[in-house]
Design a protein around this ligand. Structure first.
Ligand code: HEM
Length: 117
């Protein structure tokens, strides 16, 4: 079983991505970073990226991760906070923790592309 299937396919991945961005954008610690952003686009690109990473039938068509995040000079604390927001979104969708950890392990290498401060 692929992680894509284990997560519940595209419907669940879309729901998790939407919720993660909604939770993050409302988070007093990191929410202000999204003030100028098109959240509809960010949600859609995040879902596409998770789908591809998880072995689903998607190809990420968004912008390069380094280029997107570089101007913000994000910290490890910012990164960890977004991971917590993602975990909350996955909990709400009843994703078991072993499956959550499989996705988090695939996202972990991106920390050094996103954190530049
Ligand atoms: C593994 C972690 C992360 C992933 C997979 C990820 C993924 C993405 C994606 C796919 C986009 C949309 C790119 C596009 O528009 O083409 C995006 C944009 C964005 N991300 Fe991340 N991101 C991560 C971490 C973070 C963190 C830690 C923060 C801040 C706490 C953050 C803040 C933002 C913001 C503010 C935008 C919108 C930029 C804009 O409006 O152009 N991201 N991210």
């Amino acid at each position: 079983e692929t992680l894509f299937e284990r997560l519940g396919g595209m419907d669940t991945i879309t729901r998790i991505s939407d919720r993660t961005i909604d939770i993050a954008a409302a988070d007093p610690l990191i929410g202000p970073h999204w003030e100028e952003s098109n959240l509809v686009r960010v949600k859609a690109k995040l879902a596409e990226q998770i789908c591809e990473l998880a072995g689903g039938p998607c190809k990420y068509t968004g912008n390069d991760m380094v280029q997107v995040h570089k101007p913000f000079k994000f910290t490890n604390a910012d990164f960890n906070r977004l991971v917590e927001n993602l975990q909350q979104a996955m909990d709400e969708s009843d994703i078991d923790h072993a499956t959550q950890n499989r996705l988090l392990a695939l996202l972990a290498p991106m920390q050094r592309e996103i954190v530049t401060r």
